[in-house]
Design a protein around this ligand. Structure first.
Ligand code: UT7
Length: 349
């Protein structure tokens, strides 16, 4: 049976380290609050003008491609996950294809926020299993630092997020001891607006708290992006953190157990669980719920914050680089986030 395996993995984080105390320059917050509520000590911010979501993904992809023992021209498909694309359109996939001088291959953009990388991996997995492609580059990258509210008004969101990128090369294998065993994707759009960036968008504000009566004709004519949106900070991500937290701690264990049950495993069989780095308290809750030991769960949110679509490949890459994931090890990737969407992937490294 044909399966896909991760043949190479790479990551990139910008050199600029931003500590919790650094954020106090912009907003009313404390190192104590951030560490206690999220576990985060510092995060990386991309260079404001010289780095983009795509350029960071290119750096991660170069490493993944080299480690897979191929060249950029061998890549036959791209799947790129991000919520912070360089442009509203086109997506980052084609920008990566151009930057890496790849052939005129397909480039697919995935918009599933925190679950984006696992969704992207799942799409790539299907193409490999059917024999359609042989070297798929799957990237997750975010430049959050360019699109968050650094005033006290936005502090519940802005202190959490960081920039970075991760990438893998997926290749086919016929081995029973290696590769992606299964992926599990879910969504519940009922709460789509509680973790979202509404603008720019084509919704014309119909669902927002403000009624259309609050806008004059000229503003309705420019609902895509208006001065009122800018003045009201409606161009930044919105998050009802506690509601997200409550759902996350239910759906993370559920989707991990779904992956284990489908393949006849139990939590104690896991060598490593790589949760999306949303909040250290969420990871610890999931760990406790599944009865996992400290060395079965990998966390690096302390150093990078929440890098959304990049967090799972960055954490997996570091776990592997540190020798915590070895050939044949059972590894579960899991994520939950905006949408809501949530997902898991069970693999043998
Ligand atoms: O990866 C995408 C998915 N996202 C998540 O999974 C995030 C899930 N949610 C969370 O991680 C947490 O809800 C947060 C870390 C976002 C917030 O932590 P919390 O313990 O849920 O705090 P809260 O939002 O209930 O706010 C508690 C207090 C509020 O003050 P009052 O109303 O009690 O006076 C906030 O205004 O903390 C205040 N606060 C802050 N104080 C200092 C909010 N942000 C900050 C801040 N610094 N950065």
């Amino acid at each position: 049976m044909l399966r896909s395996r991760i043949a190479g993995i790479g990551m990139y984080v910008p050199g600029n380290v931003v500590t919790n105390n650094d954020l106090k320059k912009y907003m009313d917050t404390t190192d104590e609050w951030i560490q206690e509520r999220t576990g985060i000590k510092e995060r990386r911010y991309a260079h404001r003008t010289e780095e983009t979501t795509t350029t960071m993904a290119v750096e991660a992809a170069k490493v993944a491609i080299e480690r897979a023992g191929i060249t950029a021209t061998d890549v036959d498909f791209i799947v790129f996950a991000t919520l912070s694309p360089d442009y509203y359109f086109p997506g980052c996939g084609v920008l990566l294809q151009r930057a890496m001088k790849m052939k005129e291959i397909g480039a697919l953009d995935v918009r599933n926020q925190c679950s984006g990388f696992i969704y992207a991996l799942s799409v790539a997995d299907q193409f490999i299993r059917t024999g359609t492609y042989k070297n798929i580059l799957v990237a997750g990258s975010e430049k959050h630092s360019f699109g968050i509210d650094f005033s006290t008004r936005g502090r519940n969101v802005s202190v959490i997020f960081g920039d970075g990128a991760g990438a893998v090369v997926l290749q086919p294998t016929e081995s029973n001891d290696q590769g992606i065993l299964s992926t599990h994707l879910h969504s519940d759009g009922a709460s789509a607006e509680i973790l979202a960036m509404y603008n720019p968008g084509t919704h014309a504000n119909h669902w927002m708290e403000q009624s259309l009566a609050d806008f004059d004709d000229a503003e309705i004519g420019e609902m895509f992006m208006s001065h009122k949106m800018l003045d009201g900070a409606q161009i930044f991500p919105f998050m009802d953190g506690p509601s997200v937290f409550k759902k996350a701690v239910v759906k993370f264990p559920e989707v991990i157990m779904e992956a284990l049950n489908q393949n006849g495993y139990k939590p104690s069989d896991l060598k490593m669980m790589i949760p999306h780095q949303a909040n250290l308290r969420i990871s610890q809750f999931v760990q406790q719920k599944l009865g996992l030991s400290d060395d079965q769960v990998y966390n690096n949110i302390q150093r990078y914050g929440n890098t959304t679509a990049a967090s799972v490949p960055i954490a997996l890459c570091e776990a592997w680089q540190e020798g915590k994931v070895k050939d044949g090890d059972l590894v579960c990737l899991a994520a939950f986030g905006s949408g809501f969407t949530w997902a898991s992937a069970l693999l043998k490294w």
